[in-house]
Design a protein around this ligand. Structure first.
Ligand code: ADP
Length: 478
């Protein structure tokens, strides 16, 4: 089996060590072998990004637009193949995998246009005879560190704006999903981008991610992953005054009021809590349900959950693919146990299920009789485990929804305009959904949260420019 190499200074570079990328739907299936970059190679990649940065910043918006457009076009043309690779290595269903690949292509197309729209401002000075120009410039070499749960969309929504605004990139994808990252790099490498502008280094975070954080040539770090690693990124970057942006966990509430449409509320809960095997930072893990509809909602939800097909991500008809790996599965099982020990009632699911091929299959779990002080409602699990919190009214629902260290996404199902308006206003989350799942966002508008979920400027849409540019104020005596 040929080894997929790292991409440094415009060359594919092998290494002495490679790891197998394993399909979580069938652990006998090896997706590919991926070279692990050495620290020396990381240094070369940073060097290449640093050397290329001045030229790329001056390259002009037409060239950058054309490169991004070419990347987007190829991703969209190959969405079936890229989606299949994604689902095979990560475990989300093929529909979700193709959807994610499509999203990545759309993001590159969007930022191709944004490269052309990097507007500035022109003002008169308060001192007669002077003019003032405010412009946005590239930041410099940027490290992009990504997780495994969206292995092509998250890299796309960081890499595309970075390149659009004239920055160079060192990209370190998650250990579990190098396949999508490598395929994306292969497309970027053929887009006409100059050597050194984009570099891929694959390998463990602590080994090759950490040195990038401390390298003074890296001027900014965009990170998505765990709260624990986010703190490391923040510490290292703030110590040397590099800019950083963090997207971390969530413990997202979905409030269900008694005036909701029951079918839609159940669909929102199933989609939000269990699709993508619950492995989304925007997943609805806390279902906060008004007392008078509690029993009907829970009964309908359990019925729907029992009908979900859990199986091979690539098989037709699968609703829920496997958990990404054994470590994540162990974590999910640990939290199911914790929930029981805390006194919650496990109404359905939670157990490992066997399928024809060996994989990390788990039946979606639903706890009832839970309250917000339990660990299962406070800590992010990142798996197909959700709990129901019964409340007496919207006041109590609102309190519970906001009573969390996180603040990424929050949803409400109601037919009351008044309740929806209040929820949008009082919710302490960065993204609010009315009668829609907490997960599932558009690519042309900002993405991000509050409190422990996010730090720094928003990602995606026009707001992405705030992180990927620096502001210059120039005075000219005329
Ligand atoms: P997850 O639980 O989603 O795997 P992590 O925070 O462990 O979250 O991983 C997200 C990304 O951060 C991965 O690419 C991982 O390799 C990287 N990473 C982990 N530890 C470090 C570190 N100490 N320094 C830099 N990057 C790291």
């Amino acid at each position: 089996m040929s080894v997929h190499k790292n991409f440094i200074a415009g060359e594919w570079i092998g290494s002495s060590y490679q790891v197998a990328n394993i399909n979580p739907s069938d652990t006998n299936d090896i997706v590919g072998e991926y070279a692990q970059a050495s620290r020396g190679q990381v240094n070369q990649a940073v060097d290449a990004a640093y050397t290329a940065s001045a030229g790329w910043a001056r390259s002009g918006i037409q060239q950058r637009c054309e490169c991004l457009d070419a990347i987007g076009t190829e991703i969209l043309a190959r969405k079936q193949e890229l989606g299949t690779l994604l689902s095979r290595e990560e475990g989300k269903t093929l529909v979700e995998g193709i959807g994610e690949a499509t999203r990545a292509g759309q993001i590159f197309k969007f930022f191709a246009g944004e490269a052309l729209r990097n507007v500035g401002e022109l003002l008169p000075s308060v001192r007669p005879g002077l003019g003032v120009e405010i412009s946005r410039e590239a930041v410099g070499p940027i490290a992009i560190i990504t997780p495994w749960n969206f292995p092509i969309a998250i890299p796309a929504w960081k890499i595309a704006p970075a390149l659009a605004f004239g920055n160079t990139v060192v990209f370190k994808p998650a250990e579990l999903t190098p396949g999508s990252a490598w395929a994306l790099t292969d497309i970027i490498a053929r887009s006409g981008i100059p050597e050194g502008v984009f570099n891929l280094v694959m390998g463990p975070g602590a080994e090759i991610g950490a040195p990038m954080l401390n390298d003074r040539r890296i001027r900014a770090v965009s990170f998505t992953g765990s709260t624990r690693t986010g703190r490391i990124v923040a510490g290292a970057c703030s110590a040397r005054n590099a800019r950083y942006q963090l997207e971390m966990g969530g413990k997202n509430p979905l409030v269900v009021l008694n005036d909701c449409g029951l079918d839609n509320a159940v669909n929102c809960a199933v989609n939000g809590a269990f699709f993508s095997t619950g492995q989304r930072c925007t997943a609805s893990s806390r279902l906060i349900v008004e007392e008078s509809i509690h029993d009907a909602f829970v009964a309908a939800l359990v019925q729907k959950m029992e009908g979900l097909v859990i199986g091979d991500a690539l098989a037709e008809g699968t609703d829920i693919g496997p958990v990404a790996d054994q470590t994540q599965l162990n974590k999910n099982l640990k939290y199911v146990q914790i929930g029981k020990e805390e006194g919650a009632e496990l109404l359905t699911g939670g157990e490992v299920v066997e399928r024809e091929k060996p994989g990390f299959y788990q039946k979606p779990a639903l706890f009832i009789d839970t309250d917000n002080s339990m660990r299962i409602n406070k800590e992010e699990i990142f798996g197909p485990v959700a709990s129901v919190i019964k409340v007496s009214d919207l006041d109590e629902a609102m309190h519970n929804a906001n009573d969390t260290q996180f603040g990424l996404s929050a949803g409400i199902c109601t037919s009351s305009l008044r309740s929806a308006a209040r929820f949008k206003q009082e919710s302490q989350a960065g993204m609010v959904m009315v009668n829609a799942p907490t997960a599932g966002v558009d690519y042309h508008v900002p993405f991000g949260g509050t409190k422990g979920s996010s730090f720094g400027p928003r990602e995606q849409g026009g707001y992405a420019r705030d992180f990927y540019t620096t502001v210059k104020t120039a005075y000219t005596q005329t």
